[in-house]
Design a protein around this ligand. Structure first.
Ligand SMILES: Nc1ncnc2c1ncn2[C@@H]1O[C@H](COP(=O)(O)OP(=O)(O)OP(=O)(O)O)[C@@H](O)[C@H]1O
Ligand SMILES: Nc1ncnc2c1ncn2[C@@H]1O[C@H](COP(=O)(O)OP(=O)(O)OP(=O)(O)O)[C@@H](O)[C@H]1O
Ligand SMILES: [Mg+2]
Ligand SMILES: [Mg+2]
Lengths: 229, 229
């Protein structure tokens, strides 16, 4: 469902070129639950941004559900992101003027494929699952760091997308809260065949992944399988 | 050097009141290296913000280096923050229009107590210690999450403040990078008697603290001592 073929990503800064990805090739099947691990600055966010159509590769191809993303115009990319992907950003990217409920409702409101009643049920259910039912009316600046992270998670999951990209989704969460998030995601993986790709440093996330892909200096150095627990 | 006496912090949201701290009392001596641990939403950031004079208590007293912070006007609070404190914010709070070098130089530039040559040496040294010497000219939006976190750390440490408050300073860092940061901070603790207070979920930080204070629902539930490693 996700395929990368010799992907390179370079950032140009004046005379300097930073090579964040140096020829990455990767194939993921539907329903996989994988972790991408690596040191700070190794290219994890860059990789997720390319899969998630938030950025474009310098060279190489990214294919998502059969569509090669380089060949899509902005409108088609936006549609792909909206209907097939959920993204938990490393810096959360919540909308500051919307409260928790409105932030989580936003993607399914844009999709336009559910009634008001259906949306209400979906939003309230996912917010309860991430432990924030008492914070519905809070705005992002009236929440703790870990609470904001969970709003970002709820927003990424609410529409039950085909693929979820989660960039360090547990970094601000204590052990118990982090585990309840992983449990929620594992359930979606089982019941909906949602593909999950995590960028992570968290050993708890790695342990529960089917496979850990190691990234060092923009290159994949290990692409191992391990049994899920 | 830091003393809290029955501190309460309430946030008012329309009709709702959120009690983030519910009567916290705490005494810390100079040179301590302590961790504050607790679930997401338990009050850790709130506690650090009060000690760091970034916010004010609803009731109770906070005393920092002998000065009761409620009695200080804004100018005196700013001076206290500038000259005695270093703060690593959970969301980093980097200045987007400044590059890495300029962000780190900023606090000691404001202090006005060192020459240009002294500042240059201090800034370059601390940036090297956090592993970012090749990123001096990058702006925050040209850095990875963990790289931004390390800029925030460098900025908090550059002026060798009396007290450093670090709110989840390793959340975005891989194990090796995180350990090198902890080592840097332990060295300052030993050599300069810098007091370090961490908010953290990271077991590696807790293990290396002299004491772990547990916070649950705005109250201290454990205030234990443990030997440092
Ligand atoms: N500005 C604010 N307005 C209203 N409520 C707030 C505000 N800041 C924090 N809170 C609430 O106060 C409580 C404590 O927040 P705090 O940020 O101190 O928690 P924390 O322990 O740092 O959590 P985390 O580990 O998720 O960062 C939370 O319930 C939070 O929703
Ligand atoms: N917009 C940008 N402009 C220039 N360089 C960038 C940009 N974004 C990332 N980089 C650089 O590309 C490299 C990879 O960045 P990336 O954000 O993918 O790393 P990461 O593995 O997610 O790190 P972390 O674990 O710290 O989040 C880093 O060296 C970073 O400085
Ligand atoms: Mg990243
Ligand atoms: Mg916090």
């Amino acid at each position: 469902i996700v395929q990368l073929n010799n992907v390179v990503k370079e950032y140009a800064l004046g005379k300097t070129v930073v090579r964040a990805l140096r020829g990455v090739s990767l194939t993921l099947a539907r329903g996989e639950f994988i972790a991408v691990a690596g040191p700070s600055g190794s290219g994890k966010t860059t990789l997720l941004n390319l899969i998630g159509c938030v950025d474009k590769a310098t060279s190489g191809t990214v294919t998502l559900d059969g569509a090669e993303t380089n060949t899509l115009d902005d409108h088609a990319l936006t549609e792909l992101r909206l209907h097939k992907l959920g993204f938990v950003f490393q810096s959360f990217n919540l909308i500051q003027v919307l409260n928790v409920y409105q932030n989580v409702e936003f993607p399914i409101l844009l999709q336009g494929t559910s009634t008001g009643g259906e949306r209400h049920r979906m939003v309230e259910e996912i917010i309860d699952r991430v432990g924030l039912k008492e914070y519905l009316r809070h705005r992002p600046n009236e929440l703790s760091g870990g609470q904001r992270q969970r709003v970002a998670i709820a927003r990424a999951l609410v529409g039950k997308p085909m693929v979820v990209l989660a960039d360090e989704p547990t970094g601000n969460l204590d052990s118990k809260t982090g585990q309840s998030i992983i449990d929620l995601m594992k359930q979606m993986n089982r019941e909906e065949q949602t593909t999950f790709i995590f960028s992570t440093h968290d050993p708890r996330v790695m342990e529960q992944a089917q496979r850990v892909i190691e990234l060092v200096d923009g290159q994949i150095t290990a692409n191992g399988a391990q049994p899920a627990k």
